[in-house]
Design a protein around this ligand. Structure first.
Ligand code: KG4
Ligand code: ZN
Length: 344
């Protein structure tokens, strides 16, 4: 049994966690920054980086003291090394390097996407490779065949916005506070999903890629028209996103080859209707459906510690001069998709 200290700082959550290789989450702590970024309607990289500097070490101290453990009891230190906002990534990675050096422990540079991709195995001990993963967050919207630790085939990505980004931008258009995804889900409960006709970009296209920019523009037009209740726009938008995610995932199930389960991870996986529709798709395909609990879907350090535990068990550690990577595809062989921009 090994114990991994995980650090996360790639976007606007600062987090530390201690996770054991037997899936025990010994302690986890998280400091969100939503109130610091809310006045700007989105994450301000410089504010985020400074907040990580202030908060990360106190969180490390908190999880150690809560668990009654010292750094000497930890087997390895796992830190997010990308992709993400480079200032924040550097804060977490340099902190991880310093702790690893001081305590003479191995360092594991974790790809944040691998954290999301393996988090369902932390939540569900029965989840075996290979599985089809829908990774839907604020920065990413991908379908991945997860064949094993460090073995990913990217089947699809977004050619413009990520699903969470579409939620956040549409929420902003509806005048909802940042971060908009959960707020929009709440508002949508009071609306009629059939009230506002909205497009389903790329629905039915052969490659299972995603596109949400046109949907967001249609939301902007619906808001500007003044003809619809905000709750109806929210409900109609959410229904359109669900239709796109399900259609694309169904297609990827055919492209993936045999899989043990349909799995969802990333912040948008916290969305109730998205989860329900994916459950129905899994039922239709005769597959198990695995969705980690909401707090494990949004950014956290337990998933980074767990990815570290999986890599550590596979003998994968990194030198102390490993570089932070603002861009870092999980599947380096995946083709560059037109318009996929910086995040794919
Ligand atoms: O995984 P995550 O915490 O950070 C990234 O790596 O991007 O995902 C955050 C994203 C945000 O866009 C947020 O609005 C969205 O996940 N999100 C939701 C919900 N909860 C979080 N979107 C829709 N419904 C939700 N309940
Ligand atoms: Zn994330």
């Amino acid at each position: 049994m090994s114990i991994i200290l995980g650090l996360e700082s790639s976007c606007d959550e600062t987090a530390a966690a201690l996770v054991a290789s037997d899936r025990r989450i010994i302690a986890h702590a998280l400091a969100g920054q939503a109130e610091s970024h809310a006045p700007f309607g989105g994450v301000v990289p410089e504010i985020a980086a400074r907040a990580h500097v202030d908060r990360l070490m106190p969180l490390v101290e908190q999880v150690l003291s809560e668990s009654g453990l010292g750094l000497a009891d930890v087997d390895a230190i796992a830190a997010t090394a990308g992709p993400g906002l480079i200032g924040g990534v550097m804060v977490g990675l340099v902190t991880g390097k310093a702790l690893a050096h001081a305590a003479d422990k191995p360092l594991i540079a974790v790809n944040h996407l691998e954290g999301h991709a393996l988090s369902p195995r932390l939540a569900d001990p029965d989840l075996a490779f290979p599985y089809l993963l829908l990774l839907v967050s604020g920065g990413h919207c991908q379908l991945l065949a997860v064949d094993g630790v460090a073995r990913y085939r990217r089947l699809a990505t977004t050619i413009d916005d990520a699903a969470g980004e579409a939620f956040d931008k549409s929420a902003k258009l509806l005048g909802l506070p940042y971060p908009g995804g959960p707020e929009l889900e709440r508002l949508a409960r009071e609306g009629d999903a059939a009230a506002v006709p909205l497009p389903r970009p790329l629905l039915g296209s052969v490659e299972p890629h995603f596109s949400f920019a046109g949907l967001k523009s249609a939301v902007a037009r619906a808001v500007a028209s003044g003809e619809h209740r905000p709750a109806d726009i929210a409900a109609s938008f959410q229904a359109a996103i669900v239709d796109c995610l399900i259609d694309r995932t169904r297609r990827a199930l055919h492209a993936a080859g045999p899989v043990t389960a349909l799995v969802v991870a990333g912040g948008v996986a916290a969305n109730g209707p998205v989860r329900a529709a994916l459950q129905a798709l899994a039922d239709e395909a005769g597959l198990a459906f695995v969705a980690p609990p909401g707090w494990l879907c949004t950014d956290n350090a337990a998933m980074i510690a767990w990815a570290g535990a999986e890599r550590f068990a596979a003998g994968l550690t990194d030198p102390l001069d490993v570089a932070a990577r603002p861009r870092w595809p999980l599947d380096p062989s995946a083709e560059v998709v037109r318009g996929a921009g910086v995040k794919a």
